[in-house]
Structures are given as C-alpha cells and as structure tokens.
Design a protein around this ligand. Structure first.
Ligand SMILES: CNc1ncnc2c1ncn2[C@@H]1O[C@H](COP(=O)(O)O)[C@@H](O)[C@H]1O
Length: 346
C-alpha cells in the first residue's frame, strides 16, 4: 500500500504540544468577538480582520504580542474561556486526536474576578464537560506553563497550581514556554527542581533551543539539569548537547514542523526540518505536534501528511511513529493501555 492511502484524519493520533490560547480557531475567536461586540464589551477589531484567514506567517517578533495585546483581551472571562476551550477540544477531536495534552499559562482575569486557580478549574471543567457530553474518543490532560517572562514568585504560583490540580485533578505536567528572547531562565531552577522532587508523577516538558537566543550551551545545560521528560522544538543545539539529549535515553522530542517553517524558525523549508535528523534516532521519541494550530493553521493530520511527503515515510513508518509517542505521554499507564488498543499497528 502506498503512503497516499493513509487517511491522516482517521489515523488515531496523540498531540502533546499544543498551547490552549494559540489553538483557538479564528472562527471561534470571531464568535467570541461577535458576542462581546453585541454586548458592547469590546472595541477590538474583528479577529477575521486582525488575523485574516490564510495568514500564517507570524514570526517570533509578531507572534508573542498577538496574545498579550489581542487574544487575551478577547478571552477575558469565564464564558469566553469555557467557549474557546470547548471549541479547541472539538477541533482536535474532529481531526482524529484521541489523546491531547493541552498546555496553558495560568492567567488571572481581574476584570472578571477570576483567579489563576479558577482559570485552571474552568478549563478542567470544560474538559470534563466535553468528555461527558460527546461520544468522541478524545481524552485530554492539562500541562501548566511557566512563562519565561514570569517573575520567580509567579513561577512558584504555577508550581502551587500544579500541586493543587495534579493527581486525579487533571494536571499532568509543567512546562517552560514564552518568548525565547526573554531570559535568563536559571532563576527558575529551584521551581523546576522542586516540581521534580515533590510532586510525584508530574511530567516536565521544556521549550528547548527554539531560537538562537535560547540555544546557548549555558541555557541548554541548565534546562537538561532539571531532568525534563520531554523537550519542545529542539532547533539550535550543538553536537555536544545533541549527544547529551540522546544519552538521556527515551527523551520525548515535540517537533512542530509547520510552526517552525511558517515562523521562519528554521531555514530551508519542510524538507530541511530537523525532523529528518531525529525521527530515526533510536534513543529519542519524536512526537509530531501543532504548537498553535489557530495561528499556524496546520492540524495534526496535516503534520503527518507533511512528514510523509517530505521525508518519504511509509504507512508502517507513520503508524509506528504515532504509536511510539505513547511511551512519553504524562497521562499514566491506564491511558497508555487505552491508546495501545486504539492505535493502528500498520
Ligand atoms: C513558537 N512557539 C511557542 N514558543 C514559546 N511559547 C509559546 C509558543 N506558542 C505559544 N507559546 C506560549 O503560549 C502562550 C499562549 O497560550 P496560553 O495562553 O498559555 O494558553 C503564549 O503567550 C506563549 O507564552
């Protein structure tokens, strides 16, 4: 059978690197805007004008302000948070995602009287609502992100929320994300070390070598010293760091092709993407991810189609790639069993 015969949407897939606010479709943002406009609650421009359909070429300079100066002003109350979360879940489910680890930076919404803990519990309630009211196979867990722009006390707040909502609560991991031009990140060492030491079963994933500025050997050695289970993007690393990543054994690599290509984070287009270098490396586990499907416009099914096209993966390669990802999820052994039963073996 040729690779063209794979139905990438129907292929049961796992998504491990998706930022909640960046995964909201423009149509959904437009619906939120319409309601706020009707209620006289916003002066913002229509999302379909601010972020026209088909525009995906945000680079690292234009990308981060999109959140702080636009999306966060639209998703600014419990109603919008619940509405957009349900829409994101529904989009992943319709794309054939059966297991999702959604990540988000806890955000208080003072005008709506929402604390960071209520932000997290609103999202967890939306996940529970989605799972109890649809027939979809999608199961979703949450990862809480520390932003590189955070202060140390803010990072400790994220840690406290991980503690509060981990276990049966639905939070399965902690992340470091945000603008790679901001730093240094070594101020967060005690937070991530404490997460590792004191919250049993909490996974750790870190944005790693995303840009030249965040790819210094000093930063990458610090990040590796926190002992992450997974790292994201993995672009600007030298041979020594590459060897260390391999030597760690079983490290998950969350690779986001469309994001990296559209944002100009890699040179040479899809066929030069470092997926080509990593996917056959036995010591690591590559997991294709969307990062911000609302911004970059490529659903996970398309990411699989892209690697098949640009790197010649066969149907068997695709099935084995997607199944291998199960080993590095944070959702526990029972979930791994469910996924092994669901995933196609070839
Ligand atoms: C290029 N890829 C990326 N690199 C680093 N951080 C990223 C990111 N994509 C998204 N974020 C982080 O996620 C936040 C939005 O989602 P949440 O409000 O947390 O759900 C952004 O503000 C940014 O800090």
């Amino acid at each position: 059978m040729t690779v063209d015969a794979v139905d990438y949407k129907a292929l049961p897939k796992i998504e491990l690197h998706a930022h909640l606010s960046g995964s909201i479709s423009r149509q959904c943002l437009h619906e939120v805007w319409l309601k706020k406009k009707e209620n006289g609650e916003t002066d913002l421009q229509d999302p379909l004008i601010e972020m026209p359909l088909g525009k995906h070429d945000y680079d690292l300079k234009t990308f981060f302000p999109l959140f702080s100066s636009y999306i966060y002003h639209l998703v600014s109350d419990v109603w919008a948070l619940r509405y957009t979360t349900l829409s994101v879940l529904s989009d992943f489910a319709s794309d054939g995602v059966v297991y999702l680890e959604l990540r988000t930076t806890p955000r208080a919404m003072p005008h709506a009287g929402l604390t960071k803990a209520q932000y997290v519990s609103t999202i967890l309630s939306a996940i529970a609502e989605f799972e109890s009211t649809t027939t979809s196979a999608l199961k979703t867990k949450l990862i809480l992100s520390v932003d590189r722009r955070n202060t140390l006390p803010e990072a400790y707040e994220v840690l406290a929320l991980c503690r509060q909502f981990s276990g049966q609560g639905g939070v399965v991991g902690i992340d470091l994300c945000g603008d790679p031009a901001k730093g240094p990140i070594n101020i967060f060492t005690p937070v991530f070390e404490e997460a590792r030491r004191t919250i049993p079963g909490l996974g750790m994933t870190l944005h790693f070598a995303e840009a030249e500025a965040s790819g210094t050997e000093e930063e990458l050695l610090t990040l590796l010293s926190w002992k992450p289970n997974r790292i994201g993007h993995v672009i600007h690393l030298n041979e020594r760091i590459r060897e260390k990543v391999k030597r760690r054994g079983g490290m998950g690599l969350e690779l986001c092709l469309s994001c990296n290509v559209h944002a100009g984070m890699v040179c040479g287009g899809f066929e030069s993407h470092h997926f080509g270098e990593w996917w056959k490396v036995e010591e690591t586990v590559v997991v294709l991810s969307t990062d911000d499907v609302g911004v970059f416009g490529s659903p996970l099914s398309n990411e699989y189609a892209l690697v098949a096209k640009h790197f010649g993966l066969t149907r068997a390669d695709i099935c084995s790639l997607v199944r291998k990802g199960i080993d590095v999820i944070f959702g526990g052994d029972e979930e791994k069993e469910r996924l092994r039963a669901l995933m196609w073996s070839a």
